[in-house]
Design a protein around this ligand. Structure first.
Ligand code: LLP
Length: 414
């Protein structure tokens, strides 16, 4: 696992800041992010692909906190957005429009218009009907839309079936066997600039080989397109780089992936875009939660905590594993315990059957690897207020989003 969260003198810290202190100051549940870990991860990707001078378009669906977006912009990153709302947030955070790529299978005319008006770098086009919609909206505005096609390469990324995207079964992208004809048609449309090719085969990929397989198909397609006189400027290899969720597990080695792709990437001098989300923020974040009650049952013991599936839905949705550690471990023999939330659903758990030191009401736990798809997927289910977020940078902790209030919960009701 990462070193953003470490035990110091018997108490868990984020960089040099005590989680106990942050929990007392801001309450729980609380998201805590390490700015240093995020910057380190950006550098890892940049250095791995340095030979190709990559444009790193941070996939903001992983964590769309404005503070994190600003940090990415300061690091020179672009942003990958998938909705009008994400585009709005990215621009609000100061992202350069000419470093924004817009993906998603169901962009509406309004969203396409917003992208064109903002002057984004390009759209990732996921289907022929969408191509027609972009062409129509661009014509209406008297602009040219820059596009790249997302290709579905039929490569199994060997990840959870809910987050694999590059096989026949998935709704994403244009089947790679059908793509040539689509490019040829698009190249004839004056309101479009056909600029690139895009793949994204899934998320939390821990094996570098599927990336190479997918890129192989891209190269076959590029050969065919060049024979027809269609020369592209950009190659976008998507995101999906996996991180470590369990002790002893390693995050995917970005350098290893880059070296596996190197000769193919070097063979054609095209711009390279990478779109990692989880890899940049996942290990940099923890969800800090307080034990409300410890409940003994006939067959099981439960620690009922103040965070639940409305905060972190990944365990419930994907049976995802997140390490859970006490912030200030008590001495005593470890026991098996289910860490469950207060929500009225049996699937509301953060971890099942964990061996943890003795717990008491009031103790703090940290759920690790929670920086990606944590807060971003949280909800108000069961009348719960979305938690506050703290970013630790250079030894300073800043509250970057306040906890929602009860008034926030009724604000939009009429
Ligand atoms: N690019 C595109 C087009 C994507 O659809 C995604 C993620 C990414 C990049 C970034 O993928 P990453 O580098 O983060 O793997 N909620 C799920 C993950 C869903 C990913 C959706 N697309 C989870 O919690 O595991």
């Amino acid at each position: 696992m990462n070193d953003a969260f470490r035990n110091r003198r018997g108490s868990l810290h984020c960089e040099s800041v005590s989680l106990d202190l942050l929990a007392r100051r801001h309450g729980t549940p609380l998201w805590v992010y390490s700015g240093g870990a995020i910057r380190g991860a950006v550098a890892e990707v940049r250095e791995a692909f340095a030979a190709h001078r990559p444009l790193i378009c941070y996939s903001m669906k992983a964590n769309s906190s404005l503070a994190i977006l600003r940090l990415m912009v300061a690091e020179g990153c672009g942003i990958e957005v998938v909705s009008g709302g994400e585009l709005f947030r990215a621009l609000r955070a100061g992202a350069h429009p000419d470093r924004i790529v817009f993906s998603g299978v169901g962009k509406t005319d309004d969203e396409i218009r917003a992208g064109l008006r903002a002057g984004i770098l390009m759209f990732n086009v996921e289907s022929e009907p969408e191509l027609d919609a972009i062409a129509r909206v661009a014509r209406g505005l008297g602009r040219r839309a820059r596009v790249e096609f997302r290709i579905n390469p039929h490569v199994d990324a060997h990840t959870h079936r809910y987050i694999t995207t590059g096989t026949h079964e998935n709704k994403f992208g244009i089947d790679w066997t059908m793509a040539e004809a689509v490019y040829v048609r698009a190249a004839r449309l004056r309101c479009l600039e056909v600029a690139g090719i895009h793949i994204h085969i899934g998320s939390q990929i821990t094996d570098p080989l599927p990336f190479a397989a997918a890129l192989g198909r891209v190269e076959i397609l590029l050969d065919r397109l060049e024979r027809r006189g269609i020369v592209l400027r950009w190659r976008n290899i998507g995101g999906g780089l996996g991180i470590a969720y369990r002790p002893g597990q390693h995050r995917l080695n970005a350098r290893h992936v880059a070296s596996l792709l190197h000769h193919r990437l070097a063979a054609r001098p095209m711009g390279l875009i990478v779109e990692p989300g989880r890899f940049l923020v996942g290990e940099a974040g923890a969800l800090v939660t307080r034990v409300i009650h410890v409940k003994r049952g006939v067959r099981k013991n439960f620690a009922i905590v103040d965070a639940g599936m409305s905060d972190l839905i990944r365990p419930c949705l994907y049976e995802a594993h997140h390490e859970i550690v006490p912030v200030q471990p008590r001495s005593g023999a470890p026991r098996r315990v289910d860490i469950v939330g207060p929500i009225c659903e049996s699937s509301d758990f953060l971890g099942l059957g964990r061996r943890l030191p003795p717990l008491r009401g009031g103790d703090l736990l940290a759920v690790l690897g929670a920086g990606a798809y944590g807060m971003a997927m949280s909800s108000n289910y069961n009348g719960r207020r979305r938690a506050a977020e703290v970013l630790v940078e250079g030894g300073r902790a800043m509250l970057v989003r306040r906890r929602e209030t009860y008034l926030d919960l009724v604000r939009n009701d009429r």
